[in-house]
Design a protein around this ligand. Structure first.
Ligand SMILES: [Zn+2]
Length: 209
């Protein structure tokens, strides 16, 4: 998971979330990626961060809407761990955030460095931040299919390093790594599993070389 920079400019006001175009707008605003697990090119679901059942007055408030894959959406379901349930209608999202202390992370409203996410080489996600740990638990971000996909990403890195090493000089190798593995993390908003890719670059790249 990384901080999601939702492109709210794409989202018009006054729409009903049940209308079919809302999901496609949210999908574009999230760069076609799940806000929790970062799987890309998904059909996905509209995710109500503050669940419909507990916060019915926020169902059509865009600051409460995210875009998530079906599995994360199902796992999170109507869960939203908070320390103190105090919000009532018609509190808007900011007032809810003031009145209630969230125990999980809102990917559209967080500071990425504070998530303190780390991974092992087998793609298992972990964190030193209690709220992030809760998010991993609530969305089951270590489910088997995700671990498998992260292992594929690690293998992509291994393959690309082999290609990079074929360059006869060190500068060529480094340039290839920058171009193929590092630059897309910075520049490609649609890229999957950026948190894991960043972790590989920071922590495993030197071992791979
Ligand atoms: Zn997901």
């Amino acid at each position: 998971m990384i901080k999601v920079n939702v492109n709210y400019n794409l989202i018009p006001t006054g729409l009903n979330y049940k209308k079919p175009n809302v999901k496609s707008i949210l999908r574009e605003a999230h760069y076609k990626k799940c806000c929790y697990c970062e799987t890309n090119n998904i059909k996905g679901d509209i995710e109500h961060f503050r669940p419909k059942v507990s916060y019915p007055w926020l169902v059509n408030v865009y600051e409460n809407l995210l875009f998530a894959c079906h599995d994360c959406n199902q796992k999170k379901s109507s869960k939203l761990p908070v320390e103190n349930i105090n919000a009532t209608e018609p509190d808007n999202v900011s007032i809810c955030n003031e009145k209630e202390t969230l125990i999980m992370i809102n990917p559209a409203d967080c500071i990425e460095n504070e998530l303190e996410i780390f991974f092992d080489r087998n793609g298992k996600i972990n964190s030193r931040n209690d709220k992030m740990l809760k998010t991993i638990e609530v969305c089951d971000l270590n489910r088997a299919d995700l671990i498998e996909k992260r292992i594929e990403v690690y293998k992509e890195f291994e393959k690309e390093i082999i290609v990079a090493k074929r360059f006869e000089n060190n500068a060529g190798t480094i340039n290839h790594i920058k171009l193929e593995l590092i630059k897309p993390i910075r520049n490609d908003n649609f890229l999957s599993y950026k948190a894991f890719r960043k972790h590989i670059v920071r922590n495993f790249l030197s071992d791979l070389l």
